[in-house]
Design a binder for this molecule. Sequence first.
Ligand code: PMP
Length: 985
Amino acid sequence: QNFRIEAADGSRFVLKIANAREERAMLEAQQAALSHIASNIKITPHVLRTVAGATIATVVAADGTEHLAWAISWLEGRPLALGTWTSPTLLADFGRQVGELRLAFADFDTPAIHRDFYWDLANGRDIVARFREMVDDAEVGKAIDRLMESFDRHTAPLLAELSRGAVHGDPNDYNVLVGGGTGDGEVESRDQRVTGIVDFGDMTHSYRIADLAVAIAYIVLGDGNPLAAASAVISGYCERVPPSNEELCALFGLVALRLCTSACIAADQQRQRPDNEYLGVSQRAIARTLPVLAAIPFALAEAVFRDAAFRDPVLATKRVVAFLARQLEIPPILGINPQLAPSIVLDLGVASDLISGDPRENTEPQLTARVHDTMKRAGASLAIGQWDEARLIYLAPEFAIAGSPGEHRAIHIGLDLFAPVGTPVFAPFDGVVHASADNRAPQDYGPVIVLRHETDDETEFFTLYGHLSRKSLDDRAPGSIVKAGEKVGSLGPAEVNGGWTPHLHFQITMDMLELGADFPGVAPASQRNAWLNLCPDPNLIARVPSERFPKWSGTTLLSLAKRREVIGGSLSIAYRTPLRVERGWMQYLYDDEGRRYLDAYNNVPHVGHCHPRVVDAAVRQMRVLNTNTRYLNDLLSEYASRLIETMPAPLDICYIVNSASEANELALRLARAHTGRRDMVVLDAAYHGNTTSLIDISPYKHAGPGGTGAPEWVQVAPLPDVYRGEYKADDPEAGLKYSALLGDAIDRVHAEGRDIAAFIAETCPSVGGQLIFPPEYLKYVYELVRAAGGVCIADEVQTGLGRMGTHFWAFEEQRVVPDIVVMGKPLGNGHPIGAVATTREIAGDFNNGMEFFSTFGGNTVSCAVGIAVLDVVRDEKLQQHARVVGEALGPQLRALMDRFPIVGDVRGSGLFWGVELVRDRETLEPAGAEASFVANRMRERGILLGTDGPYHNVVKIRPPMPFTVADAERVVSELARALAQLPPR
Ligand code: PMP
């Protein structure tokens, strides 16, 4: 039994009272181990002494039994098991610590650990054999049998080769602590770190790799992708200690063995003590996971693990590749010789223009028509689809990857050869038919024939031919012999292609993974390198001239390095691991490996990324005319009228510019021309744009890092923040009271002997933390400003165009009419457009003889785009949609406040929300690092959102408007998952 003891001085330690049967020698061994490894490892507890100086004391229980007791230091943190395993960073650190443990144990030994112990992995196979029949659950039993059958074949022969030594024996997720220690106080790094490994009571002398196997065994119980999670741990481990080849080969088998052992022992114990629930603590997860593991071929796991360990994933690949490269002549595999025929290599990748962002457009016959059209234009009789290409077209459920939201098997690991139906297919080498099948389910992918070959040093490899005619299967029973150059079959029609245009899917495979002819042709990006080694480049055989293939675009790291070389460092990139995006569609973004992200952040693609009506409007107008406002073209006045139509009187004049910064600059000039004054009143934490004057009126910038403060013509008033500010949401007078603070700012200008030109504010401060003003705030403020002779500018850049759901413009909700309205971001759905609306009177004063001209502002294409955006907002009823989704999202977000004390406030409307995180609901200490932690975990789970507010502690949800109620539910459930990983405070 373990007790946490808190001393009067606040110090903590753990008192451990051993079971009466526990041997003293084993306790001494644990203590010896702890002091031995303490010199290497900083994250294990140290042994404390009694007043008399002993490390072990004897205590007597009420019934007279004697127990050994001892005490160790207390480690901060919480068990890893209470998290939800999403973060590769954390898993890698876990791996590093398990590696450290191995290093620390390298020269430790003591007789007590040479024992016959139930949980020793070296006994695991016997334990499973002994208790297997106790397992009642048929599914679990089947999975155990299957795993043990593979274990006996694949793993057992390696066991004698595994190095042995002292091991912890049970670094399971309840014995590993996360997020403790004082560290640098950065949650994003601290909570991504293992800060404790405890409970050395299972120490034995066993396989040194056992600790890694046990660690992984409990990691894969999470709902993440098991091989991906395991890979992260392995990579971390290998940073500290390189496992031997045998250890890497045996690892997956040992992981499976540990879980099978656990299931069998639990089944036995459950029979003996059916009412002891603790015995089954991990069993539900184990029962769920064993069938998943049983479906993973051991050879695949080995390749993935080897890749994670920075080794060649498949040892024999190099030999086969060298053999193929050495062959001067290989008979052509197709009736149209890929080596000679005029051919074109297609781009079917994420950014391909043959592929649409709209999945409905990637069906037949459109796709085939586009491929044929490309071939015709290139005069090619053969088209080639590339190996190692990430594709967006495999979106059917069978391509989804469990535990990795948004990821599909996207990496094509064969070569496609598009040619007419009936084109004959030939064997490149002598071989034997290894497998053949007609794959009709879940979709008809038609006949596949697999040939087995050998290199001159008798290394086996396979070639695979997919989408053949059904007739090709005649006389191709497994075992039949095929000579080099002999016909294998012929290309089948579209029906045997899942409806796609006729083509041969040609693939090389090093290992059939016991999958037979139903072998995958696309692989998950998270296992990319392992699969590319299992299935090396088929062009080693097909030999399409290499210059026809496009240049490799490089890795994300290279892309980052290149950007850093040529782009100023003040341009930041989101996320710890930058996202390399290549395509957008509605509320989704896709990275270069085809992973889909739900964009819950980006308000610029207002009507949806790449909305076809907006794209068409731009393309059409680009073809016809794009010029500036010095000529008459009705699009300018049409667009301006359309914007003005959305505004109340007397806002009936409009200027079109290129950005919101330009629009705010113009707003400043309008106000100054109208009032003849210069001074501005702004709200704290505001951001209005990137130009020199706008930095001056943006405390978010001028009062932040690198800023030089407010100039004398700018007065900053406190934000009317009813959560964090002086007056709270429950104060019915908050609006009035905050406006008085703004009045003070005006008075300060007067005290200097000047008058104000204008007050400017976002109607709902966004970088200020997604705030919603208290009722009537702007009404009172506008009265004060106007009484002082100033004009009122509403920056509606973030909030306009129906985003708030209830109104088209946010100022309408405050029931005010500004003198100047500034618009930006969403106007062009990504095309750069800004706009200013104002009164005829102010515009008249601005027309003082100095011409106003913006070269690109109001150009013909921009106007066409702007009109299309307004059309879509109207036709797709996006404002009402935002209201409906907001009404679903708000209550769900608020419910998080009940579950997580860190969620201090939730506010917003429509598709504009802020979730403010605080470490303490009384002091409101901002939880900025935690917010960043949440944003990074969400990105790992395929959801993009950001953080904002003066303390960067507000999670900002502000998606493109097509975002649905289902998307909202997903965001909330993932938010809950990310929040659950934060330490309780
Ligand atoms: N005003 C507000 C409220 C903004 O959020 C921004 C951009 N974040 C701007 C103005 C400036 O917009 P742009 O970058 O298009 O110039």
